[in-house]
Structure formats: structure tokens, C-alpha cells
Ligand binder design. Structure first.
Ligand SMILES: Nc1ncnc2c1ncn2[C@@H]1O[C@H](COP(=O)(O)OP(=O)(O)OP(=O)(O)O)[C@@H](O)[C@H]1O
Ligand SMILES: [Mg+2]
Length: 482
């Protein structure tokens, strides 16, 4: 067993360890301390230099070396100059149990790097959701991490990161491993049309349903009949004034399924419904603006919403390509489908029906509540009671209200340089990540930190590149971890 460091001082929240010469510890790396029969896991959250030589002498010696005077051998002395790592306790492993660390390890204890066998007592859950492999620093332990998808998905998954750090790659990997599973239906609102081509390579692609304004072979046309729309589907899509909302509800009550067709047809004697003559034309104009002509139609598309809902509740994965729609039309399609899923979930309490999760990119658009509260905020707050969750992806976590963020119970945090964003994520995480800000800033492409109310501690992850993952499909691997 190779020791990489030794406890030299510190306190419970910051144990200082001297790094062994020749070994290199990394931020985020997990170390194991076998102390007095206890197995403690620690994580590196800071690194600094230590030296026995006085600072002035070091500066003097450095100056001499820089100016070309004689070699300063004592500066290379590995005994007197070293690296100190600050460690925080992650967990104590007792048999097959994981508990919080309440006592310090023995003074001068040695530490070694984490190995796959340290976590081998953990078993694969029944409804396995693959999220990546355990990472030790920047090294993959080749030990897959699975969560119980049936529990985790209705409690929402949040994926924050700066652009290009691998959010879409992670979602592709998760969806690819979920595709054959019948315990969950997934609705993907895909503004970049990037998921269908990736997932259609799966051997179980019969479980995949694709809608687009320009569907490729095997896809369906994204056409939604006006009669599927309700006034509340417009909530959070764009701001409507109170009189406009009242007008929408009055006209819906009067014309039911026909309310949108009637408004657009200029046939309505709106004054009869107490609607102001200034309000009505504005409402008409705004509806025309948001109702993209190639998607929302007067004839055809009557069954789309019911088809999507029934596919989701039979465990299929439905991808809606919204890449050619304006922001508002896209949100309306999303809001309409999410509302329909949510109301079906509320009325269907059979215990074994699939849970449904909705993937939403640039989540603050619907969770920031800037245009009023949307169905997505309602799902974030109470979806878990009805087995409906979100997989919310964003670069800007700070735009989502704290209360909503706190409800997103599993966070898969990828790299983020922006301190303000890290702060929003850390302050709403399931575990205490207050010392992990530097670690999150230093995460490279595909490196992540999993913080979940369903995991015993925050687990460092490395996510495989989708192209490699889909070739090897490591979701079938025997090695497991929860
Ligand atoms: N785990 C990974 N390993 C190797 N390469 C990766 C990994 N994740 C992502 N990449 C590569 O990084 C690039 C950006 O990834 P991706 O599109 O997933 O980022 P993103 O966070 O979704 O970006 P954006 O904010 O622009 O949507 C892609 O070329 C992808 O192949
Ligand atoms: Mg992306």
C-alpha cells in the first residue's frame, strides 16, 4: 500500500497533511486513512507550500539562484521543503455502513489514495441511473456510480456548469443508459437538436420517440392543434398583464377548445365579455407572436399531446426538437407538454407507474419566475409528490430563486469559473461544500462533483465521453456504487 501523506496538524474541518516527496496530490482527490481500525475518507480542498527554512533565507537564496550565483542546494532539500494539503472529512466506513466523521484520525496517521475496493461494499440499486465513474483527482477509478433513478428523478437533477464543460455530454450518457429502462419516461426539450442523433444509435431505439418541425426518418412532425392550448399554458412564457389574463380565461370559459381559433379569427364580440377594446388587439397580437405557424395549427395535430403523455407514462423517452422555434414558442411547447404530464400524474396514483422526468436546457428561462411562475416552478416545488421531476441544465444557477434551487435535490456540478455561480450552487447543495469552491473552479471537461440527498457524501465523478460510452456501454458493468 503506497502512503502519500501524513497527518501533521489541523482541526476537524481542515486536517493538514504533509505530501510525501514524489507523490502529487490534487484538489478534489479522496484519500483514505486507516486509523486504529477505522476507515476514514478525506478529500483535498487546498494545497500550499511548507518549509522549515525561514522565509527571508528562502527569498535570499532564490535571488542568488536567479542572478546566477552558486546553486542553492538546501532549497531542493525534500525534507525541509514540501507540500501541505488541507483535507476535509468526507465519511467513515464501518463495515458496510457510511457515517459522518465525528473524531479526528490519530495524529501522524498515514494516508493512501482511494481504491475501487474501498467502495466495493456498495450495491447496484434496482432502478440504476448511471451518472459517471468515481474520480480520484483527475484519475478515473473505473467504478461506476449509480443512483436509484426511481427515487432520484422525481426529486430533480440539477446540472450547472460554464459552457463547454460537458453538460450535454452528461445528459446524453444518462439518457443512453436510461433508454431501455421502463421505470421512467423522459421528455427532452431539445433547443439544439443534439440528443436524437446521439440516442438513435442505441439498440433499444424503439423506446425513443422524436418530434421535430423537420423530422428525419423515424421521427414525427411537431404539430399541435390550437384546441390543445389552455390559458395557463402561457404562464411563464411571456408576461401577460392581469386584464389580458382575465380576457384569456373569459374567452376560454366561453369557447372552451375553440378559444384560440376564435381569438385569432377576429369573430369575437369581445365587449360582450367585458374585455377592454385596448386589451383585445394587444392580446391577439401577442398570441400571434407566440404561436409559431409551423407548430401550432388549426387543423391536424389533435393527438400529439395525448400521444406524448401516454408514451411518457409507458416509460418511453420523447425528444422534442425545438431548435427552429423562437424562445417563446419553445417555452409554450414545453409548458403545454409539462402541464399535461403534470396533470396526468396528479390524477394517476397507481404505485408502479413510471416516474417522468423533463429535461430542460437553459433552465432559468422557466425557473427564474421573471415572467411569472411557470408549470416548471410548480414541478420543482411539488413534482416529487406525483412522481414528476426535472433535469434542469444551466450556466447561470444564480438566476434561479434559492427556494427552487434547494428543491433540486441532486446536483451534478461540473466546472465553473464564476464565483457568484459557484456560491449559488454551493449554498443550496445537499452536503456542506463550503470548502469546495476552488475544487469546482478547477474541474476540467467531464469532471464533476455529485451532491445529493440520496448519496452519503459528495462524490467526485468523471463522466465518460458519450462517443466512447455508447460504444462500450459501461452501464452493464458489474462494478457498482450508490
Ligand atoms: N466527459 C467528457 N470527456 C471528454 N470530452 C467531453 C466530455 N464532456 C464533454 N466533452 C466534449 O466537450 C465539448 C463540449 O461538451 P458539451 O457540448 O457537452 O458541453 P456543454 O456544457 O453542454 O456546453 P454548452 O453550454 O455550450 O451547451 C464536446 O466536444 C464534448 O465532446
Ligand atoms: Mg450543452
Amino acid at each position: 500500500m503506497i502512503m502519500v501523506g501524513q497527518v501533521v496538524s489541523g482541526s476537524h474541518g481542515e486536517v493538514l497533511v504533509r505530501q510525501k516527496t514524489g507523490e502529487t496530490l490534487e484538489l478534489g482527490e479522496i484519500l483514505v486513512c486507516d486509523s486504529n481500525g477505522r476507515k476514514l475518507l478525506f478529500q483535498v480542498f487546498d494545497l500550499k507550500y511548507g518549509s522549515q527554512v525561514e522565509e527571508k533565507a528562502i527569498e535570499m537564496a532564490s535571488g542568488m539562484s536567479l542572478q546566477g550565483f552558486s546553486e542553492q542546494h538546501f532549497l531542493d532539500d525534500d525534507l525541509r521543503n514540501y507540500v501541505l494539503a488541507s483535507l476535509k472529512p468526507l465519511a467513515e466506513i464501518i463495515g458496510s455502513d457510511v457515517v459522518t466523521v465525528k473524531a479526528l484520525p490519530k495524529f501522524f496517521s498515514s494516508l493512501r489514495r482511494l481504491e475501487a475496493k474501498d467502495l466495493s461494499f456498495l450495491t447496484k440499486p434496482e432502478h440504476a441511473l448511471f451518472v459517471g465513474n468515481v474520480r480520484c483527482g483527475s484519475r478515473s477509478l473505473d467504478l461506476p456510480v449509480y443512483l436509484n433513478g426511481r427515487e432520484v428523478l422525481p426529486h430533480h437533477v440539477f446540472i450547472p456548469a460554464t459552457t463547454g464543460r460537458g453538460k450535454s455530454n452528461l445528459v446524453k450518457v444518462m439518457l443512453y443508459s436510461l433508454l431501455p429502462e421502463s421505470y421512467c419516461g423522459i421528455l427532452v426539450l431539445d433547443p439544439h437538436n443534439e440528443y436524437y442523433s446521439a440516442l438513435s444509435k442505441h439498440s433499444k431505439k424503439e423506446k425513443l420517440v422524436y418530434y421535430s418541425t423537420k423530422p428525419s426518418a423515424g421521427g414525427f412532425s411537431l404539430r399541435i392543434n390550437y384546441s390543445s392550448l389552455r390559458p395557463w399554458h402561457f404562464q411563464g412564457v411571456m408576461p401577460f398583464s392581469d386584464p389580458q389574463q382575465e380576457a384569456m380565461h373569459a374567452l376560454y370559459n366561453a369557447f372552451k377548445d375553440q378559444w384560440v381559433s376564435k381569438i385569432l379569427s377576429d369573430e369575437v364580440d369581445f365587449k360582450k365579455f367585458g374585455i377592454n377594446e385596448l386589451t383585445y388587439p394587444v392580446l391577439q397580437r401577442r398570441l400571434k407572436l407566440v404561436l409559431n405557424e409551423s407548430v401550432f395549427v388549426e387543423n391536424g395535430g389533435e393527438a400529439l399531446v395525448d400521444d406524448v403523455v401516454s408514451d411518457l407514462f409507458s416509460g418511453k423517452k420523447v425528444i422534442i426538437d425545438t431548435s427552429r422555434l423562437s424562445g417563446e414558442s419553445e417555452l409554450l411547447v414545453g409548458g403545454l407538454l409539462a402541464s399535461s404530464v403534470f396533470s396526468k400524474a396528479k390524477s394517476d396514483d397507481s404505485p408502479n407507474r413510471p416516474v417522468v422526468s423533463i429535461v430542460i436546457e437553459e433552465a432559468p428561462r422557466v425557473l427564474s419566475e421573471k415572467n411569472g411562475s411557470s408549470v416548471f416552478s410548480s414541478i420543482a416545488r411539488e413534482g416529487r409528490k406525483f412522481g414528476v421531476g426535472l433535469i434542469a441544465i444551466t450556466q447561470l444557477a444564480s438566476l434561479i430563486p434559492r427556494e427552487v434551487l434547494a428543491n433540486l435535490n441532486t446536483k451534478i456540478i461540473l466546472g465553473n469559473e464564476m464565483a457568484q455561480e459557484r456560491e449559488a450552487i454551493i449554498s443550496s447543495a445537499a452536503q456542506d461544500l463550503s470548502s469546495d469552491s476552488k475544487t469546482i473552479a478547477s474541474l476540467g471537461k467531464g469532471e464533476a462533483l455529485l451532491s445529493s440527498v440520496f448519496s452519503k457524501f459528495a462524490v467526485p465523478l468523471i463522466i465518460p465521453k458519450f462517443e466512447d460510452f455508447s460504444k462500450s456501454d459501461s452501464s452493464n458493468s458489474k462494478k457498482v456504487f450508490v
